[in-house]
Design a protein around this ligand. Structure first.
Ligand SMILES: NC(=O)C1=CN([C@@H]2O[C@H](COP(=O)(O)OP(=O)(O)OC[C@H]3O[C@@H](n4cnc5c(N)ncnc54)[C@H](O)[C@@H]3O)[C@@H](O)[C@H]2O)[C@@H](O)CC1
Length: 520
């Protein structure tokens, strides 16, 4: 798992080192790491042929830096000095009329050039930024307070264009509010942010009205939570972590991001000596005469993910098809280690019985779709709830905890998922283009997004099947349910990617995702 920390936690971890007088050494280490990434990126662009004139070479390349008043600017200035030493033409735009003194001395000694920033020079400086082979954003890092000064926001917009909705192509020419299309930085312009892109909240990922959009962010000491969460992650681009010797062991990470190696290391596997009951039995309530397909998809996905036994409670329209595909599935009641309920509008009474059984025997359960409408209070057993934005709105409204709109939830999925997790004392896996898994303590798991091809009917049912199987096969272990949810989402995304490639078209039908899971 990659671990993301709030700005406050990182600053607290820095504090003893600063108190011991290691501030400048930390900054020099950070700046050296930043300069290394800048040189590598410039060289790579040169080698891959995306060159324009001198672009790509370090010597002779045009580097423009946006420099703030604090240590973030200091990092940029020391890195700028490093690049100037290697023959780059480096210009620092002094955004606030005050820059880190030692950084400024090193930068000017290396031949760096400083340009003051005033509102009158906006167009000239925006043009300078647009012409650069590399822009380094060193205005604000972990010391940022919310909101950017209007002049700085205007400069960022004049350089990079108006913020685009996620669906629009990055760098699409946009109106700057003047009625005429504003010239914008090339979408392929190399922009490297120092620690965090300016305008991005390093703890929450919130971007406000304006933020720098980087191709690469070089972050120091520890991953910042905000660079792993929606909006902030998109603004940060690729993130490289430079070790500056911080000890984060006493700080609780705010965000977990599962990595591919976690799927290998943590995915439950049958052990020697296991039998079907010890491996894990899942009770599944899914599907109805109206929606038989959802029951089939969920049951087949759970079977493909791997369980000791699957007991399916569903009407004959569902069980008939399920048994044709998966004759190993058992219909009817019996002892189980976990429950999954809800896909395909199942019978409410059967779902209620499953919830009661889970609470009575302290069994974990995953509740999806129709099952969510039964929730009016926290359950007395551990559970993962899997709403999409619309279902979360209905859930929060029914519980009397505000009435956000679907757009509110989509704009700020973390806050709303955490609120639901706290109210229902459960893990809430909010499905969306960036799925967020929230714990009641406010920390989240934020798996890397899967392919957009997964946005198709039935893929959520497949996810519930995967999660149910994981719950059954890990029951009795101490694996954290939110981490488990992250593994399930990561596997679902991986299967979706394979299904998309295998089908050769720009969609991944739920049945195709299932085929990948089943290894067919
Ligand atoms: N403290 C350390 O040990 C290290 C810090 N490093 C760098 O230092 C950064 C943090 O430095 P600072 O604490 O100086 O903070 P920043 O450099 O992020 O920002 C602080 C400065 O910006 C101003 N400011 C804050 N929010 C603003 C806003 N919204 N609009 C306008 N001005 C605003 C503040 O008044 C202050 O002058 C990190 O992100 C990282 O880049 C690195 O050098 C590594 C070591």
């Amino acid at each position: 798992m990659r671990l993301g920390y709030t700005a406050a936690a990182v600053r607290a971890a820095e504090a003893p080192l600063l108190a011991a007088g290691h501030g400048e050494a930390l900054m020099r280490t950070a700046a050296a790491g930043l300069a290394t990434v800048c040189r590598r990126e410039l060289s790579t662009r040169h080698q891959t042929g995306s060159t324009r004139g001198t672009r790509g070479r370090i010597s002779g390349s045009r580097v423009v830096m946006l420099v703030g008043a604090g240590n973030n600017g200091g990092d940029a200035l020391f890195a700028g000095a490093n690049l100037a030493d290697r023959g780059a033409h480096v210009t620092a735009i002094d955004v606030f009329g005050k820059m880190h003194p030692a950084g400024t001395a090193a930068f000017t000694a290396a031949g760096g050039h400083i340009e003051p920033f005033t509102a009158e020079r906006m167009s000239e400086l925006a043009a300078l930024l647009r012409r650069a082979d590399l822009v380094i954003d060193g205005v604000l890092g972990t010391g940022a307070k919310p909101g950017l000064p209007a002049d700085l926001a205007a400069l960022i917009r004049a350089w990079q264009g108006e913020p685009q909705p996620a669906s629009a192509g990055a760098g699409t020419p946009a109106s700057a509010g003047t009625g005429t299309p504003a010239p914008v930085a090339s979408p392929s312009q190399l922009v490297i942010a120092v620690d965090a892109p300016t305008g991005v909240d390093a703890s929450t990922g919130a971007c406000g009205d304006t933020c720098v959009r980087a191709a690469h962010t070089v972050t120091f000491g520890a991953d910042k939570a905000g660079l792993m969460l929606p909006d902030g992650a998109a603004a940060a681009g690729q993130v490289t972590l430079v070790d500056i010797g911080l000890d984060m062991s006493s700080h609780v990470p705010a965000v977990h991001v599962p990595e591919p190696t976690d799927l290998t290391a943590l995915w439950p596997r049958p052990q020697t000596g296991d039998h079907k009951y010890s491996r894990g039995v899942l009770g599944l309530v899914a599907g109805s005469a109206r929606f038989p397909g959802a029951g089939v998809l969920t049951a087949s996905a759970a079977a493909a993910t791997g369980v000791g036994m699957l007991r399916l409670l569903a009407p004959p329209e569902v069980t008939g098809t399920v048994l044709q595909n998966n004759p190993e599935i058992v219909t009817g009641t019996g002892r189980v280690q976990a429950w999954a309920i809800g896909p395909g509008a199942p019978d409410r009474l059967t779902m209620q019985h499953a919830i009661t059984a889970a609470e009575t025997h302290n069994l974990p359960l995953v509740i999806d779709a129709g099952g969510l409408s039964l929730l009016t209070r926290p359950l007395e057993t551990s559970c993962i709830l899997t709403p999409h934005a619309g279902e979360l709105v209905a859930l929060l409204s029914r519980l009397g905890t505000g009435a956000p709109s679907r757009a509110d939830v989509e704009a700020d999925p973390v806050t709303h998922a955490v609120r639901a997790a706290q109210v229902l004392e459960a893990v809430v896996l909010l499905k969306g283009n960036r799925t967020i898994i929230a714990r009641p303590d406010g920390t989240v798991v934020a798996p890397a997004p899967g392919p957009a091809t997964l946005a198709t009917a039935g893929t959520g049912d497949v996810l519930t099947g995967i999660l149910g199987a994981l719950l059954a096969t890990t029951s009795g272990t101490d694996i954290d349910l939110a981490d488990l949810g992250g593994l399930g989402v990561a596997m679902h995304a991986r299967a979706g990617t394979h299904a998309t490639h295998a089908s050769g078209v720009v969609t991944a039908l739920a049945g195709e995702v299932l085929e990948v899971l089943a290894g067919r």
